[in-house]
Design a protein around this ligand. Structure first.
Ligand SMILES: NC(=O)c1ccc[n+]([C@@H]2O[C@H](COP(=O)([O-])OP(=O)(O)OC[C@H]3O[C@@H](n4cnc5c(N)ncnc54)[C@H](OP(=O)(O)O)[C@@H]3O)[C@@H](O)[C@H]2O)c1
Length: 286
């Protein structure tokens, strides 16, 4: 299968392109050679590659940056997704779009299912929801994978930031009032390959199993890294007062994905332990 991946040098794009390349022909595209906001260029490149599937990861993912510049968020995350979907329609190529828990407002008392009504709180969430709607409207066949709270190698993410701060002796304060399912991009990449291989369609929630607050995730990161004696202060989203509001409760119900593929992802804690041990091994060899 020939798969064109956009945003391919990002946090998720790197492991996904690598895993796809084990069994498929991958055309990994990113800025500057592939700009999703340039509709003509997108159409030209997709027509030249003639992919069997297109995976759109290209996005502005700086949530607070999106709040400050909603028009950029809209251009890339919404219009960009529409441009990719329109190019897919012209070529008859099925499209897989990666979206986010930020399409929800975080007020649910139980894990979010795919049919729950999105109500984004932030500019990033609004732009990603508009991207989903464009994919549904324009792509000839589509899957939307909603992911959340990603971390992994290659780009600094939450566990790395916690470890760096702890090792530099700086004080740590982490929010106790946001519940998430931290997800390792390696596990998400395997899940996306499974969805592509099956030709599955529709919306899927995919995350490592279980949930924690960001505080609990930071605690686990330190404990698993031999830093159990480092203290973490508690704080709240209101205290941090970041430009973009975050959903307080982002836990996904992933049973649709598990039924489709025969298995869900491992627990967030097991995935985090595997990531940290890989990262420690990489550090030891560098
Ligand atoms: N990170 C998370 O926690 C998270 C959670 C849920 C969903 N998602 C979604 O997952 C997908 C992948 O996210 P990620 O974490 O891998 O983000 P990322 O590391 O920021 O990767 C996104 C990639 O898209 C590129 N890009 C930005 N503007 C573009 C444009 N106009 N045309 C083409 N490419 C462009 C970026 O390039 P530059 O780096 O040069 O800007 C980057 O390489 C995104 O759709 C995101 O919304 C992420």
């Amino acid at each position: 299968m020939k798969v064109l991946v956009t945003g391919a040098r990002g946090l998720l794009g790197m492991p996904l392109s690598r895993r796809l390349a084990e069994r498929h022909e991958v055309h990994a595209m990113d800025l500057p050679e592939f700009d999703v906001t340039d509709a003509d260029a997108v159409a030209r490149i997709v027509a030249a590659v003639r992919p069997d599937r297109v995976v759109n990861l290209a996005a502005v993912t700086d949530v607070d940056g999106c709040e400050r510049d909603e028009s950029l968020a809209h251009r890339v995350n919404a219009v960009g997704a529409r441009n990719v979907a329109a190019a897919c329609r012209a070529e008859g190529a099925p499209m897989l779009q990666v979206s986010t828990d930020y399409v929800f407002d975080g007020t649910s008392a139980s894990p979010w299912v795919e049919s729950d009504v999105p109500r984004p709180l932030s500019a990033y969430g609004r732009s990603k929801l508009a991207g989903e709607l464009a994919v549904r409207e324009f792509a000839p066949r589509w899957a939307i994978v909603r992911a959340q709270s990603l971390y992994g190698a290659g780009k600094k993410s939450f566990p790395d930031a916690i470890l760096a701060r702890a090792r530099s002796g700086q004080p740590l304060r982490v929010v106790t009032d946001q519940r998430v399912s931290p997800t390792w991009v390696e596990d998400l990449a395997v899940a996306i390959v499974a969805i592509l291989d099956r030709g599955s369609e529709g919306v899927y929630h995919v995350a490592n199993a279980g949930s924690c607050t960001w505080y609990e995730c930071a605690r686990a990161t330190l404990d698993l890294s031999g830093l159990a004696d480092v203290a973490i202060g508690e704080t709240t989203a209101a205290d941090l007062a970041r430009p973009a509001p975050r959903p307080a409760y982002s836990v996904f119900n992933c049973s649709r994905f598990a039924q489709e593929t025969g298995a869900g992802l491992r627990s967030w804690r097991d995935a985090l332990a595997a990531y940290l041990s890989e990262a420690a091994a990489r550090e030891a060899h560098s």
